[in-house]
Design a binder for this molecule. Sequence first.
Ligand code: 13P
Ligand code: SF4
Length: 365
Amino acid sequence: MQSASINFDRFNQLQDNACHERIRAARASLGPRVVMLCHHYQRADVYQYADLTGDSLRLARLASQTDSEYIVFCGVHFMAEVADIMSSPRQKVILPDLAAGCSMADMANLAKVERCWRELNEVLNADEVITPVTYINSAADLKAFCGDHGGIVCTSSNAATIAGWAFGQRQKILFFPDQHLGRWTGHTLGIPLDEMMVWDPDLEMGGLTPEQIRKAKLLLWKGHCSVHQMFQPAHILKFRNQHPDGLVISHPECSFEVCRQSDFVGSTEHIVKVIKEARPGTRWLVGTELNLVTRLAEEVKAEGKIVQFMSPTVCMCSTMQRIDPQHLAWTLENLAAGHTVNQISVPEHEAVLAKLALERMLAIS
Ligand code: 13P
Ligand code: SF4
């Protein structure tokens, strides 16, 4: 008879040291049946167990290339959904804490996007003139919406290429849910700011007039990342005054002004690469999540590189942070005991269309 799964309550109070012993034991017993994919923002006490790491694009590709029975995804919900869509049906994707979501992804949902599409159709023929582009930080049903409407997914590392493709299909783009990534991408493609309009999903017609909708090349969903909005141009100014030779690198989820005043803008993988490949002795100000910046600062310290966090206040992604040694130990012990817990399983009808939009992205990036 199959025993019941192990309850998390037993792990909640467990000291970190005890968790680490149990994580190691469970991994040893699972062997190659499990692979751990970790995003760069994961806390150090979880990241140390990563088999494979990356930004969202790299993790999406890796998920389609592993053949382990269990993919334990240390990241957030939308990333685990992508891993489920891209992996084979015999693989199981596990998110150690189901509460690890992304607040930006939650700023758009299918009902609001469908309403937006209907309202746009009152002004122009949306299916003929607009390509919907969803940032990978979105629920699977929004990726499916894009798959179904000739649209596509993008990540922070390929947004300009994807937007170029999208404009090749139709005249305009509806970009959701991150207005900042959308605006920065439009800017890099040479679109003037007054041809990028913010669509507020809580207002009728997005708060726009029919003329504004007709004029817009890029419609930017009013969403943002609460972590990256903490970084301010004033932080860059202060750094440049103190360190005129210093360099600034930011994630494109930062505001337009922060991106504009940075020397480099790119995905988490790009940030890691640029700083690792930089000349020894260089000094960097980095506008992205604290766990990544702290780890990177430590890794390049021996080369005399100084890496500083952009904000004077702590900006961690609280949802990424939810994956802790307690949840990891609980997850792995259950898997080792034959209990699949916290499986992320995208319904078939959504997965098929979402995969279409993801595969369009992977084919051109
Ligand atoms: P990357 O794809 O650059 O890793 O970004 C994911 C993310 O959520 C950044 O906040
Ligand atoms: Fe989402 Fe922002 Fe966290 Fe990235 S840092 S996962 S965009 S909440």
